[in-house]
Design a protein around this ligand. Structure first.
Ligand SMILES: [Mg+2]
Length: 268
């Protein structure tokens, strides 16, 4: 992104969910009100998440129950993108090393964990209970027989009530290393995921920004896709993670509420 960010010119925001709107499934204080305030300023919102913990329909219902102004057309998740890739390549059989229920988004081609046949894809979503030595070995053998590795995202860490925990990316790297293959990463910061939302918005790139707590996935991914990247200091943000990333966000704000306040001021 070569254009400087001018808040008064922003027409659309892509909002990350975990760490920007929610922490551990609960709304960050003021976040519901602030998303409504952004809409009232005439800003188009898209909800763009790497999360694979729950199927898309359940996430949509949960966000609506909490009061967020989200609809089926404005929520973008990664599993749906993976499914479109499977269908495009006419290879739809996958083994899921990830949360149960995700087949609702990934399609009918799932083969069970202990089914001896070789899938087209080994799909990894964040679900720590499945990341055990024996189940990872099942995925490894699939890869050694020619299956391709699909990482729904490759986040390094995530933040829970207990503190930072190993992200999906750590497990993906383990299988890449052992199998000498490279995963296809579907979620942020992959350009394909950003591009899908950019195409949907159909606005000039300089009028769009991604708002996220993950500097690599959200902010650097956005900048790479040609839009602005706004860093919030909630969620998994730390001064250290920003410094280590080597990324310069278009703007750093305290939280989504701070951003809404600044945008309101910029419009008056
Ligand atoms: Mg996040």
């Amino acid at each position: 992104m070569t254009h400087p960010l001018r808040l008064g010119k922003l027409e659309a925001l892509m909002l990350d969910i975990d760490g920007v709107l929610l922490t551990d499934g609960e709304p960050i204080s003021g976040a519901v009100r602030s998303t409504h305030a952004l809409l009232e300023l005439g800003i188009d919102l898209r909800f763009v998440t790497n999360t694979t913990a729950v199927p898309r329909a359940r996430l949509l219902a949960r966000l609506r129950d909490l009061g967020f102004p989200v609809s089926p057309h404005t929520l973008f998740t990664v599993a749906a993108l993976a499914r479109r890739m499977f269908e495009r390549e006419h290879r739809t059989r996958y083994r899921l090393l990830g949360p149960p229920g995700l087949e609702a988004d990934l399609g009918d081609g799932r083969i069970e964990l202990h089914d001896p046949s070789t899938p087209d894809w080994v799909v990894m979503g964040l679900h720590p209970p499945v990341f055990q030595h024996d189940s990872l070995n099942i995925g490894l053998r699939d890869l050694l027989r020619g299956a391709r590795l699909v990482a729904l995202h490759a986040n390094r860490v995530w933040r829970t009530r207990r503190g930072m925990e190993l992200g999906l990316g750590a497990y993906v790297r383990a299988l890449e290393y052992a199998s000498r293959t490279e995963a296809k990463v579907m979620g942020k910061p992959s350009r394909a995921f950003f591009q899908e939302v950019i195409d949907d918005l159909n606005l000039p790139l300089e009028s769009v920004a991604m708002v996220g707590d993950d500097t690599e996935s959200d902010v650097a991914g956005a900048l790479n896709a040609g839009i602005h990247g706004i860093q919030v200091k909630t969620g998994k943000y730390t001064d250290r993670s920003l410094a280590l990333s080597g990324t310069k966000p278009s703007l750093v704000v305290e939280d989504i509420n701070d951003l809404a306040t600044r945008l309101e001021a910029a419009r008056h």
